[in-house]
Design a protein. Structure first.
Length: 217
């Protein structure tokens, strides 16, 4: 990705050049996205069968064995972000963990939510106790995390549910410590994972302790 394609907020969001920094994803890390999307999809007459670690390939018309086509799934996803993103429950313990970590580290939220979801997502974060700056990105997160990490001499940690984002950060910003978290219990056994490269903790209390140990030594 060309640097010019990156969100300009990566260079303007407050980052203390001497402090540790956490870069945190939203869906399936701070937010129980799948559960809320499942309710939304159900309200539109479809059903979610959580059979694989994917979004659109799990949406079915009742009684059918072939999943909804991906374009229709994407339209539901975008409609959800426009209308219902405030319905998502926070992941248990996430707000408390970040509040505690923020005493000694800066926090930036990095989400790939669709553009129309930006304002409702910002409101959601404030409402649920995540008063940290949010940046909306797109595509693999490595270049964005590298840009943020370059702004501090302190240790940096990145938390995401998606293996491709963790791999992208490992490639683009190797000094950043990566952690995987999958909030939805049903997705946990399906998630692609590489715990030897990206330590994985699916519950916030354990994740918080691992992050604290990594960034404070
Ligand atoms: Mg996510």
């Amino acid at each position: 990705m060309n640097q010019n394609d990156l969100p300009p907020q990566l260079y303007t969001v407050p980052v203390d050049p001497e402090r540790p920094l956490l870069v945190v994803d939203v869906d399936e890390v701070l937010a129980m996205f799948m559960r809320a999307f499942e309710r939304f999809v159900g309200g539109h007459g479809f059903e979610m069968r959580i059979e694989r670690f994917a979004l659109f390939q799990n949406i079915f018309r009742p009684g059918e064995t072939e999943h909804l086509d991906v374009a229709a799934g994407r339209r539901l996803f975008e409609a959800f972000f426009e209308a219902e993103v405030h319905e998502i429950d926070p992941a248990p313990g996430a707000a408390e963990a970040l509040a505690s970590l923020s005493e000694r580290a800066g926090i930036v939220i990095l989400t790939n939510a669709p553009g129309a979801g930006r304002a409702p997502r910002e409101r959601w974060l404030i409402q649920h106790g995540f008063p940290y700056p949010m940046i909306v990105g797109s595509g693999p997160k490595g270049p964005a995390v590298a840009a943020l990490a370059d702004r501090t001499r302190g240790p940096v940690a990145f938390i995401d549910d998606l293996l491709p984002n963790l791999e992208s950060v490992a490639a683009e910003a190797p000094r950043v410590q990566r952690f995987q978290m999958v909030a939805d219990e049903r997705l946990r056994p399906l998630a692609f994972t590489a715990p030897e490269r990206h330590p994985r903790f699916d519950e916030w209390p354990a994740l918080k302790d691992a992050i604290a140990a990594a960034i404070h030594g």
